[in-house]
Design a protein around this ligand. Structure first.
Ligand code: GAR
Length: 195
């Protein structure tokens, strides 16, 4: 199965870049057809340079109805059949999680179900993992429903935490793995080898 992907981002978009590069190199057959951000994120530059439509849809600057309709309009226009959240910090509206049931995936920078939930994103996650003196961390790819970090887990990869690791060094280690694991998860979905 070849997916038409909408990627959602909020920040630097390094996971999106990894996915775009896998797609350009034909290591996955799916294509990113539109990128949506909640603010003018740095990560929009790379897809825009490839001619992919990008859109900034900030929640606070419009009524909720318009916020939802703008997204659904783009998803329909581009015939999207898979939503890939790549560092998107907002919760998707229920209208979208319902419409795209089992067709939304997210990457989380820790081994869920631990260290997930509201407020657990980016550095907050790595800080909590280090404070808890965990031996392992690593990215989790999971399906998305309308509860934070709750959906079924698709793929996880472990990395060992050393005594010298700081939240910053752990972030770096996990992010390197994320760039491999996220495109691989899309490949698993394409091949339906998901377990
Ligand atoms: C990634 O580490 C991703 O796992 C994390 O945000 C970062 C985005 O980086 N996501 C979460 O914490 C979600 N709860 P990127 O913009 O460079 O891809």
């Amino acid at each position: 199965m070849k997916y038409r992907i909408a990627a959602y981002i909020s920040g630097s978009g390094s996971n999106l870049k990894a996915i775009l590069d896998y797609s350009l190199q034909k290591k996955i057959s799916s294509e990113v057809v539109v990128v949506i951000a909640n603010k003018d994120a740095k990560g929009l530059e790379y897809p825009a340079s490839l001619g992919i439509e990008t859109a900034v849809i900030p929640r606070k600057e419009m009524p909720r109805k318009e916020f939802v309709e703008k997204q659904i309009g783009l998803l329909e226009k581009h015939k999207v059949d898979l939503i890939v959240l790549a560092g998107y910090i907002k919760k998707l509206p229920k209208e979208i999680t319902d419409k795209f049931k089992n067709r939304i995936i997210n990457i989380h920078p820790a081994l869920l179900p631990k260290f997930g939930g509201k407020g657990m994103y980016g550095m907050n996650v790595h800080r909590a993992v280090i404070e808890a003196k965990e031996k392992y961390s690593g990215p989790t790819i999971h399906f998305v429903d309308d509860i934070y970090d709750n959906g079924e887990i698709l793929l996880q990869k472990k990395v060992e935490i050393s005594e010298n690791d700081t939240p910053e060094s752990l972030q770096k280690k996990v992010l390197e793995l994320e760039h491999i694991v996220y495109p691989e998860a899309i490949k698993l979905l394409e091949e339906r080898r998901v377990n």
